[in-house]
Ligand binder design. Structure first.
Ligand SMILES: N[C@@H](CCC(=O)N[C@@H](CS)C(=O)NCC(=O)O)C(=O)O
Length: 136
């Protein structure tokens, strides 16, 4: 909506319309994230340049050949217009907004260091096995 300079309540209108846009984005982000978490047993929200995300990727990708189809979804959020809203929702869901946010079985599992440590001590493999995401 183009608001001319001569509209006296322009700032008020802009506040209202921006709020509406933000609310719509928030709702779309919730739907986007929730649908990923429902569909895929393993979901990671990541930024492509982040070294902690690379650590989590090394750990989870090592199981890739064993995963069932549709077991694993990697979501790069950098460059997305709704990146900040996704991180805000991550904060709501997990208590933190840093990346990576690794979810296993719909629940927050941890960040990059947690995932790498769990890979090393076998906990990650055990968790994935229990979840039944490996092809028989
Ligand atoms: N200890 C955390 C560190 C994660 C971290 O610091 N990630 C950075 C990116 S490399 C981050 O999310 N920074 C804030 C941001 O990008 O909004 C982990 O292992 O996941």
């Amino acid at each position: 909506m183009a608001l001319g300079r001569n509209v006296p309540y322009r700032r008020f209108l802009r506040l209202f319309f921006n709020k509406e846009t933000t609310d719509m984005t928030r709702q779309a982000v919730h739907e986007f994230v929730d649908s990923r978490l429902q569909k895929y047993p393993v979901v990671v929200f990541s930024k492509s340049y982040c070294p902690y995300c690379h650590k989590a990727k090394a750990a989870l990708d090592s199981f890739k050949p064993r995963f069932n189809h549709d077991a694993y979804e990697w979501v790069e959020i950098d460059g997305r217009e709704d990146m900040d809203e996704i991180q805000d929702y991550m904060k709501e869901l997990t208590g933190g907004r840093s990346v990576p946010r690794v979810f296993i079985g719909g629940k927050f599992f941890g960040g990059g260091d947690d995932t790498a440590a769990a890979w090393k001590n076998g906990e990650l493999e055990k968790k994935l096995e229990e979840l039944g995401v490996f092809a028989k």
